[in-house]
Design a protein. Structure first.
Length: 563
C-alpha cells in the first residue's frame, strides 16, 4: 500500500483539521456549520463526485480546449490528465467501484460487469455485478438491484459511519453506477430504466423524481429536433460505413415516443443533472449538520461511444452538451450558496469503431475472430481433448477475451486438461496478447510501481477475485475490437488492458483551490483518500489502495501518514 500524503496548502484550502488520521472506528465530530459565507479553510459541506462514463484521457485531451462551461471551470482546479483505472477489467461496474472506495477490483470484488457461476442453481449462469441473485426474482438481464457484491465501503458509507446525519445520494442512467458509487447505505439512489427514473425495489419515488419523470415523459411524447453541431466539431463530421449502416454524422434527432433514442443522446445526461439538482433541493444537501455526498454519473458518453464510436460528430456534440450540463449543475450549486468540492473522473475509456480507425490507418484495427467466443472455444476443446460435460456448455464467458469459466461438473483431471488446452489455444491465436490460468494470476504479487509500468499479469492481478474470476483470463491485442459483429446501436467498446481504456482524467475543483496541472500518472483509487483528507475523515491504515493526492502543486506536506 502507498503512504497517504498531501500538502500544507491543501489543508489550508480544503480542510479544517491537520490532525493525523485515526482508526475508522473512532468517529470524528461533524464540521461546524458555517455561520457566514463559506471559506476555503473549513471542510466543505458537500462532496460532488462526478463520473463521465467512457470519458477517456484521449477524449479529454482532444476536446478540452473547446469547453466553455462546467468542464472549463473544472480545469481551473487541480488537473490530473493521466489518471489510471489501473486494473485489466475496464468496464463500467469495476471502474465505478474504484472511484469512491479507494480500492481496486481485486478488493472490491467487482471484477466485471458480469461474471459466470456455472454451479449456480438458476438456468441463467451469468451474474450481474449489481444484483442480489439470492432473490429468486433476480436475473442478470432484469436484476434485483443491490450492492450485495461490493466487498468494501464507499466514501459515503464511511461518512455516514463517522457522522450519522450525513446523506449519501447517487443518481445516474445506470443502476451499477449508482450502486458502486453509493454503496450499501444510500439515502437516495435513482437510475433510468425503460422510459423513466426508478429506484431500489420497494422504495417509492420521491416528489423530485416524479417531477423529473413527468418532464421527461412530456419530452418523449413530443420528440425534439437535431442538436446543433458546434463549429469545432466540423472536422469530425463525416459518414463512415459499418456493414449496412453508417455512423459519424448524426445529430440526435429525437423521434416521438422513442425512449432509446433519448437514452443514447446528450438528453439523458441533461435529465440526470436536472434530477441531481432537484434532489439537492428536496433533501437539502449541503445544509445539514454533517457533510453530505452527491454522486452523479453521466452515462451518455458511454451509450454514444458504444452505438457510434468516439471519433465522429456524435461524440463531439455529446461532449459539447455535457460541458453545458455540468455547467448547469455547478451554477445551480452556486445559486444555492453551497460550499462544495467537486471531483470528476471516469470509469474507463474506449476504442473508436474499427471502421473509422481503418480509414485513419490505425495499426491492427480489426474485429475479433468469432473463434474466440466461449461456445466456439468449448467446441474446439471438446474435439481436441475428448472432454464433454455431462450437461450444458464446457466454456462460459461474456464474449471474446476476458474471463473464461470451465464447467463445474468435470472431474479435477478433466478440468485441468481443459484449462491447459484453453490457455494453449488462446496463446496460439494471433489476436491474443496474453492468456493466464487463474492459479498464475493468484500467485502474482500485487504491483507497487506506477500503473503505466505494470505488466499485463499485474493488471490481471488487480482485477482478480478468487471467488468470481474465470479459470482462464485472456487479453486481446491492442486495437482488436471485442465486438465481432457490429449492429446499429453497438459498434464500438472498451474493456481491454490497453491505455486507451485505462487512462482517464481526474479533475478536482473548489472555490479557493489553487489551479495547477500534474501530468504524472495517478490512479482513480487516489480519489477517496484525497476526499477523506479534505473532510478530515479518519480512516485506518491499509483501508485504501490509493494515496492522498497533492492538490496544490507541491507547496506542502500535511496529509499525515495514516495511523
Amino acid at each position: 500500500m502507498r503512504r497517504s500524503l498531501a500538502p500544507l496548502a491543501l489543508v489550508l484550502a480544503l480542510s479544517a483539521s491537520g490532525a493525523a488520521l485515526a482508526k475508522a472506528a473512532e468517529p470524528a465530530p461533524p464540521p461546524a456549520a458555517p455561520t457566514s459565507a463559506p471559506t476555503p479553510k473549513a471542510p466543505p459541506r458537500l462532496i460532488v463526485a462526478i463520473s463521465v462514463d467512457q470519458f477517456s484521457a484521449d477524449l479529454f485531451a482532444r476536446y478540452r480546449r473547446y469547453f466553455t462551461a462546467g468542464l472549463a471551470r473544472l480545469q481551473e482546479g487541480a488537473v490530473f490528465p493521466s489518471g489510471f483505472q489501473s486494473h485489466a477489467a475496464t468496464e463500467t461496474c469495476p471502474g465505478h467501484s474504484t472511484l469512491l472506495t479507494g480500492a481496486r477490483p481485486s478488493r472490491t470484488g467487482i471484477i466485471a460487469n458480469n461474471w459466470f457461476d456455472p454451479s449456480i442453481a438458476r438456468a441463467d449462469k451469468r451474474v450481474y455485478c449489481s444484483e442480489d441473485e439470492r432473490d429468486p426474482a433476480s436475473t442478470s438481464r432484469d436484476p434485483v438491484v443491490s450492492a450485495w457484491h461490493l466487498k468494501v465501503p464507499t466514501l459515503g458509507e464511511r461518512m455516514k459511519a463517522a457522522w450519522p446525519e450525513s446523506r449519501n445520494v447517487a443518481v445516474s442512467a445506470k443502476d451499477r453506477a449508482v450502486v458502486m458509487m453509493g454503496g450499501h447505505a444510500i439515502d437516495a439512489g435513482y437510475w433510468w430504466k425503460g422510459s423513466a427514473f426508478t429506484s431500489f425495489a420497494g422504495k417509492p419515488l420521491s416528489p423530485a423524481v416524479q417531477a423529473e419523470n413527468a418532464a421527461v415523459a412530456k419530452l418523449l411524447q413530443a420528440g425534439a429536433p437535431a442538436i446543433a453541431l458546434p463549429a469545432w466539431c466540423n472536422a469530425a463530421d463525416r459518414a463512415v460505413p459499418v456493414k449496412n449502416f453508417t455512423i459519424g454524422n448524426g445529430r440526435f434527432v429525437l423521434e416521438p415516443n422513442k425512449p432509446d433514442g433519448f437514452r443514447v443522446s446528450p438528453r439523458i445526461d441533461a435529465a440526470t443533472g436536472d434530477l441531481a439538482l432537484k434532489l439537492v433541493d428536496e433533501i437539502q444537501l449541503g445544509k445539514g449538520k454533517a457533510p453530505d455526498i452527491l454522486s452523479v454519473s453521466y452515462s451518455a458518453t458511454d451509450y454514444v461511444g458504444h452505438a457510434l464510436g468516439n471519433g465522429g460528430a456524435e461524440m463531439c456534440v455529446q461532449l459539447a452538451e455535457l460541458d453545458k450540463t455540468i455547467g448547469r449543475l455547478l451554477a445551480g450549486l452556486d445559486a444555492r450558496k453551497l460550499d462544495y468540492v467537486v471531483v470528476l473522473s471516469a470509469d474507463h475509456g474506449g476504442l473508436d469503431a474499427t471502421e473509422r480507425l481503418d480509414q485513419q490507418a490505425y495499426p491492427a484495427a480489426i474485429r475479433v475472430d468469432k473463434a474466440l467466443q466461449p461456445a466456439a472455444l468449448g467446441q474446439a476443446i471438446t474435439a481436441e481433448t475428448g472432454v464433454t460435460p455431462p450437461a450444458g456448455a464446457l466454456i462460459f464467458g461474456d464474449g471474446p477475451g476476458g474471463d473464461y469459466y470451465i464447467a463445474r461438473n468435470l472431474s479435477p483431471e478433466q478440468k485441468a486438461k481443459v484449462q491447459a488446452a484453453l490457455v494453449a489455444k488462446l496463446k496460439a491465436s494471433p489476436e491474443v496478447a496474453a492468456a493466464y490460468a487463474a492459479q498464475e494470476i493468484a500467485a502474482q504479487p500485487r504491483p507497487t510501481a506506477s500503473p503505466q509500468d505494470w505488466t499485463l499479469l499485474e493488471r490481471a492481478r488487480e482485477s482478480f477475485d478468487a471467488e468470481r474470476s474465470g479459470d482462464v483470463v485472456a487479453f486481446l491485442k491492442r486495437g482488436v475490437m471485442a465486438i465481432p459483429d457490429p449492429a446499429p446501436g453497438y459498434t464500438a467498446g472498451h474493456g481491454s488492458v490497453w491505455d486507451y481504456d485505462r487512462r482517464v482524467p481526474m479533475l478536482f475543483w473548489r472555490r479557493g483551490l489553487p489551479g495547477f496541472e500534474q501530468p504524472a500518472p495517478v490512479e482513480t483509487v487516489d480519489i477517496a483518500p484525497s476526499l477523506a483528507a479534505v473532510l478530515g475523515l479518519k480512516v485506518a491504515s491499509g483501508e485504501f489502495d490509493g494515496r492522498c493526492l497533492d492538490l496544490d502543486g507541491g507547496a506542502g506536506d500535511t496529509c499525515q501518514p495514516q495511523p
